[in-house]
Design a binder for this molecule. Structure first.
Ligand code: PLP
Length: 810
């Protein structure tokens, strides 16, 4: 949209006056934030309504992306950018005596996700809107997002994250579109006039109230919708007194139990906890979402048989897999379709993304729990399973093991991944390597049965947030150099390659990186009270804390460098600043010990004068999208060092390359594809390959203790865990890590890869010392990053899975 600066100023003043009854001269930053947020809502309201009207008018196929997490990040500047009024608002705000970044600091980050999975969902929403695809998000409006992390004495402490305290300017509550979700109770099944009538009795009703947030497309008048449901007591059509038998305390308890469904995001990003409340959350989201979709479909006045031609439902990991039996339930019990017809519609509607290889992280639920909580849904899953097993028996009459392995229900557990594969027409992995491992190993049985269902969609990130917003100076330099086509067609970034030996351009690249490092150094000084040198190498590992991501290997290597420096004061290396950011799941014992370990070595090394500025370690608290946006543009080195085969894709890796960091990586997840794009000269690779790791696991022939005895340098740092060498780090804390590495044989091959990792760091050091070479590597990485945008990923979902239109009407 087009607006003049004067208009923006007038609009803000008027908003401030009407909302807060103060003049702009007396307004606080918080008030300006709320006013600007409201103004953005006004500006996009027409487009929001029109987008949906247009979709309905043309009866266009809609995509609904179901995800238990949406890690959106702050939206003020992103919305201004997408509306095309970022610069004019920035100017207007400054002339009014405020600073836009400061105004945005009043926006709480909606932390409705743990990490990669939720952030991917957010990037996908941005790309669907940018490509004018009729695509919407569907999830839960958690009252509390992911905990806020604090360090006390080097230990992680979790603080509740009350992001709604000051309200949420972006959402619109839609009580008229609320739907009822039913838990527990009994079923009454009768045959009447040849139809099965299923009546659900004595259920516990929960009202799912939608809160809608606009998802603004980049300069294209499209405004899609993110619908998040909040759990409330149904007041009208349900008699609370009936449940509580007039007992007021009981009535209140019941109210709390209902509201608890959308109270808090589970803070674990992989291994499932199997808690009843989590299953309630999943069905709550699924049932509310599918009912809303059906309601909207009815407005089209088309026969229900054409549902799958107008609706695609995407299941982001298995948490929303109950969409399959929920849609079956509605088609069977409310539309009285035959099983076969309902099943055909359902499978054609659904598609599923697998996000993990770790088989122990595949989601399962106890049959008893599910039968009790969701009687009708469980019954439908049993029937899906019965029919599927019948098919399996026909195909594999003599292979009971295979049938057991593939069954949806076995040993009194429901296997959600099996349900998602059987009940959908597409299963995709999130990077080429990941998809190959799924096809050839983890899901090989299913691949053999349904080869055409399996496909790859390598993850991506939105360049609008991760380059244009996070790194405006780089973004401007890119535009000055190659024009601005890249903003719509990010693969155009490849044109930067022509400038990779242009010394004037390279020095501008270097300067921008340096300026970003100065800014981050200020943040570090403020947050951590640590002085870091912007001319040192900023070597960054930011992501969830997980054994497989191997922050521990990074930390042990830093300790190793420390030893070398103090024993040889002339040890030659360019000064390094190691930066960490990572939250651990509150119940993940080992991960929390690793946090304490890193904080302890940081304290020791940062305060040792013998290090002479060669090493600094900074562990930044509360890693989040907001923090990522200030850290990543300042990184020289991107640490992507997971044990090969364990990281399905990674998306952090893509954000870093797009901002001109050099990747130090194992051949894992999308690192493999980054390697293929940038070439051997522009990335530093080390360590076991996925094949080698999987082979060691199969043959059980890895012994970490042998390496421990062979490699003296490595043995020294491992012994430091338990010999009291590190001040403030107790032997007890150290023993937990020591046992993991030695007694329990180092499940993630830290000892095996340590030596190569250390050599890779030496290579980084020597490359960095050749400034022109290094700067050229940065440019080549930025130039190749256009392949890794979520616009590319979403285009491929739209064409290959959903069969939806990409931009036309606008
Ligand atoms: C991108 C992102 C992640 C995912 O990082 P990986 O390195 O791919 O694990 C996690 N958290 C936040 C806040 C992110 O922005």
């Amino acid at each position: 949209m087009y607006l003049t600066k004067e208009q923006v100023k007038k609009d803000i003043e008027a908003k401030i006056l009407s909302l807060f009854a103060v003049d702009i001269t007396d307004a606080t930053g918080q008030q300006v934030f709320v006013a600007l947020g409201n103004l953005i809502r006004d500006y996009c309201a027409r487009g929001w309504v029109d987008t949906n009207k247009t979709y309905e008018k043309y009866k266009e196929k809609q995509v609904y992306y179901f995800s238990i997490e949406f890690l959106l990040g702050k939206m003020l500047k992103a919305n201004l950018l997408n509306l095309g009024i970022l610069d004019v608002c920035d100017d207007a705000i400054s002339e009014m005596g405020f600073d836009l970044d400061e105004i945005q600091s009043y926006e709480p980050e909606p932390g409705l996700g743990n990490g990669g999975l939720g952030r991917l969902a957010a990037c996908f929403l941005d790309s669907m809107a940018a490509l004018a695809i009729p695509g919407h998000g569907c999830g839960i409006r958690y009252k509390y997002g992911l905990f806020e992390q604090k360090f006390i004495d080097g230990y992680q402490v979790e603080v509740p994250e009350n992001w709604l305290r000051e309200g949420n300017v972006w959402e619109v509550r839609k009580p008229d579109k609320a739907v009822l979700v039913k838990f527990k109770g009994e079923l009454d099944i009768k045959e009447e006039e040849g139809k099965f009538k299923v009546t659900h009795k004595n259920y516990e009703p929960v009202l799912a109230v939608p809160y809608d947030t606009p998802v603004i497309g980049f300069d294209n008048n499209t405004v899609n919708n993110l619908r998040l449901f909040s759990a409330e007591m149904p007041s009208d059509d349900f008699d609370l007194a009936q449940i509580s038998h007039g007992d007021y305390k009981k009535a209140l308890d019941y109210k709390y139990s209902v509201e608890s469904i959308s109270q808090v995001l589970y803070p674990d990003d992989s291994s499932e906890e199997g808690k009843t409340l989590r299953l309630k959350q999943e069905y709550f989201m699924v049932s509310a979402g599918v009912q809303s979709i059906i309601r909207r479909y009815k407005k089209l006045n088309l026969p229900i048989e054409e549902f799958n031609e107008k609706v695609s439902i995407h299941i982001n990991d298995t948490h929303p897999a109950l969409c399959i039996p929920e849609l079956m339930r509605i088609l069977l019990d409310e539309y009285y379709l035959s099983w076969d017809k309902a099943w055909e519609i359902t499978t054609l509607t659904m598609s599923y993304t697998n996000h993990t290889i770790l088989s122990e992280a595949l989601e399962t639920w106890s049959s008893d729990l599910m039968r009790n909580l969701l009687p009708r849904i469980y019954m439908i899953i049993e029937e899906i399973n019965r029919r599927f097993c019948e098919q399996l028996i026909k195909l594999n009459p003599d292979n009971q093991d295979k049938i057991n392995a593939m069954a949806i229900i076995a040993h009194s557990t429901v296997r959600m991944a099996n349900l998602a594969i059987v009940g959908s027409h597409s299963t995709n992995g999130v990077a080429k390597l990941h998809t190959e491992i799924l096809k050839n190993r983890e899901l090989n049985n299913f691949y053999q049965m349904y080869p055409a269902r399996f496909n790859n969609k390598t993850n991506g990130i939105t360049h609008r947030r991760w380059l244009m917003l996070a790194n405006p100076n780089l973004s401007n330099l890119v535009t000055e150099t190659i024009g601005d086509i890249w903003k719509r067609v990010p693969t155009d970034l490849i044109k930067l390659k022509e400038y990779n030996e242009d010394s004037a351009f390279l020095s501008k690249i270097e300067q921008i990186k340096y300026d970003n490092k100065v800014k981050l150094a200020d943040v570090i000084l403020k947050n951590n009270e640590i002085i870091v040198d912007p001319s040192s190498i900023f070597d960054v590992q930011v992501k969830r804390l997980h054994a497989y991501k191997r922050q521990l290997m990074n930390a042990l290597h830093i300790l190793h460098l420390y030893h070398r420096i103090i024993e040889d004061s002339s040890y030659d290396m360019h000064p390094r600043t190691f930066i960490f950011g990572a939250k651990a799941a509150p119940g993940y014992y080992l991960a929390k010990k690793i946090i304490k370990f890193i904080n302890s070595i940081a304290d020791m090394i940062n305060n040792d004068p013998r290090v002479k500025g060669k090493l600094k370690i900074v562990f930044m608290e509360n890693y989040s999208v907001t923090l990522a946006q200030s850290i990543i543009p300042a990184a020289d080195v991107s640490e992507q060092i997971s044990t090969a085969s364990k990281e399905a894709s990674g998306t952090g890796n893509m954000k870093f390359m797009m901002n001109g960091a050099v990747t130090l990586a194992t051949m894992d997840g999308a690192n493999v594809e980054i390697f293929n794009e940038v070439g051997n000269d522009n990335i530093v690779i080390f360590g076991l390959t996925a094949k080698e790791v999987l082979s060691h696991e199969m043959n059980n022939d890895y012994k970490s203790v042998d390496i421990y005895h062979r490699d003296h340098a490595l043995r020294r740092v491992i012994d430091d865990l338990i010999n009291g060498f590190i001040p403030g780090f107790s032997v007890d804390d150290g023993l937990d890590i020591y046992h993991h590495l030695i007694t329990h044989n180092d499940s993630f091959f830290v000892l095996r890869d340590f030596k190569e990792y250390s050599l890779a760091h030496q290579k980084i050091d020597s490359l960095y010392k050749k400034k022109d070479t290094w700067n050229k590597m940065c440019v080549d990485n930025i130039a190749s990053s256009g392949q890794f945008t979520s616009d590319r990923t979403i285009t491929s979902y739209a064409n290959g899975i959903w069969s939806t239109r990409i931009g036309e009407h606008f």
